[in-house]
Design a protein around this ligand. Structure first.
Ligand code: F6P
Length: 368
């Protein structure tokens, strides 16, 4: 194993509660081994757009700098979910679009700082970028999985997910009383682009009556019949949880905006479902979009601990000579999985998983 001198850390993609805890664990674990840590600001923007960072796009992360951040949401380094530095789309003066690979700039900047290893904390997209960077040579990469959507394969869970679904559950608890008082249908839209984990977990824990997820195309007639059954039993209010990526049978995902060089922005499915349910049932409906509230706030104790475990394990991985791997939870252990395997497929909700079956046994309608 070559001599380790300096580690760089970056956080990419949407933020998740627990990112700061990972950063602190990396910095302290590295310091114990006599290694220095540096943080790249806003994904790789601190390198690629360094003129925007007068105080430095790569910052030295000392013990003092990471003191007292374990419980804080967000990321002290900033993040970015725009574009891919290996495939940046630029508009030329004549209006045409061209792609360029800026990996050499990133590698050169890291080497100029004496950095030989990158700990990339991110979701599917950011980890794929890290893997591609590593394949150019001259940089070791260790990935740390981050997603509130829980859609990263090869780790049982990643930090941020529990915080997100616990908060969503608390919101459902609060919505029951107002729904009952007004005899309304409350439609609650939660994040979950391709995977319905947040919707399923909060919907079941928070006693929703209907849960619509991307994995199960929904039929609103089934939802209406569930609401009518409830009415017949004297239950005049209902809670419907909808993941942002849920689609009607034979229909499309609800896209708010398609932007060049990044994933399309989803949203609006809650509003559509509420409007149609109101027409179909004649009942008053209201929509609550939890959206980015699910990404903010203090990580739960469980997420904090997991984030700290991941950060420390990433540093141990470097010490053990690992390269091109992601740390992954395989209780009771944190193991290393090749980045290539970890980013190959998305972890969606299996239709036969016991959580979903539990929901069905409780009488929850999944729109099918
Ligand atoms: O973190 C993943 C995610 O929460 C998705 O569920 C959602 O579609 C996306 O982030 C929204 O990200 P942003 O609004 O920050 O682009």
């Amino acid at each position: 194993m070559s001599q380790i001198r300096r580690i760089a850390i970056n956080t990419g993609g949407g933020d998740a509660p627990g990112l700061n805890a990972v950063i602190r664990a990396v910095v302290l674990s590295a310091a114990r081994r006599g290694w220095e840590s540096y943080g790249i600001r806003d994904g790789f923007d601190g390198i690629l757009f360094k003129r925007n960072y007068p105080s430095g796009g790569i910052i030295h992360l000392t013990r003092e700098r990471v003191r007292g951040i374990t419980h804080l949401g967000g990321t002290m380094l900033g993040t970015s979910n725009r574009g891919n530095p290996l495939n940046e789309v630029v508009t030329m003066p004549d209006g045409t679009l061209q792609e360029r690979d800026r990996s050499v700039e990133i590698l050169d900047a890291l080497h100029a700082h004496g950095i030989d290893t990158l700990i990339a904390i991110g979701g599917d997209g950011s980890l794929s970028i890290a893997r591609a960077l590593a394949s150019k040579g001259g940089l070791r990469v260790i990935g740390v999985p981050k997603t509130i959507d829980n859609d990263l394969d090869k780790t049982v869970v990643s930090f941020g997910f529990e915080t997100a679904f616990s908060f969503a559950t608390e919101c459902l608890d609060r919505l029951h009383s107002t729904a009952e008082s007004h005899h309304r249908v409350m439609v609650v839209e939660v994040m979950g682009r391709y995977a319905g984990w947040i919707a399923v977990n909060c919907g079941i824990s928070g006693s929703a009556d209907v849960i619509l997820i991307p994995e199960i195309p929904f039929d609103l007639d089934k939802v209406v019949s569930k609401l009518r059954d409830r009415e017949a039993q004297g239950r005049s209010s209902s809670i419907v949880v909808v993941a942002e990526g849920a689609t009607p049978k034979g229909g499309r995902r609800s896209v708010l905006e398609a932007v060049q060089g990044r994933s399309e922005r989803l949203g609006g499915i809650g509003e559509k479902v509420a409007r149609q349910l109101s027409v179909m049932t004649g009942k008053e409906t209201r929509v609550v979009v939890l959206g980015h509230l699910l990404r903010g706030g203090t990580p739960t104790a469980e997420d904090r601990l997991l984030a700290l475990r991941f950060g420390a394990a990433a540093v141990r991985a470097i010490e053990e000579g690992q390269d091109g791997v992601m740390v992954a939870l395989d209780p009771p252990m944190v193991r290393y999985v090749p980045l290539e395997e970890a980013t190959r497929r998305m972890k969606t909700v299996p239709l036969d998983c016991d959580t979903l079956l539990t929901g069905r046994d409780l009488g929850i309608c999944f729109g099918d």
